[in-house]
Design a protein around this ligand. Sequence first.
Ligand code: FEO
Length: 162
Amino acid sequence: MLKDKMLEGLNNQIREELESFYIYLSMAGYFDSISLTGCGAWMKAQANEEMSHAMKFYGYINERDARVVFAGLNKPKADWKSPLEAFEDAYKHEQHISGCIHKLAKLAQEVDDPATLNFLQWFIKEQVEEESSTRDVVDKLRMIGEAPHAIFMMDRVLGERK
Ligand code: FEO
């Protein structure tokens, strides 16, 4: 059985992951509205990943014979000044999520829950990738500045994300 504090933390992480879904879908809406549909597709793929992260926590809580409880989501930001600003926000958001996962891992140690600590290992690794992929786009967008043809090329490359 999960300890109360651990269950509360895991349920809160479902909210964080669903909020991530919402944030990236909002970014997709911004990109699609300015016809950067490759960036929009990249963000939709990211949003889908976040939903799958939420569902991993959902599945784990049920496996541990505990109850999933949802909380309300914050309204996501809807506009950005530039593609760079949106991806900078995505990178900052992933850093925030890494912090949440690390806190959960610390809590699992504190409450002596090795099963949850083991479950969280996948997320610890995943966050390294998530930070790296968003930082990579930020670095490239900083490099190309506001050159329209380069942004167009970048949009095509990002649209190839599966
Ligand atoms: Fe589920 Fe992007 O962290």
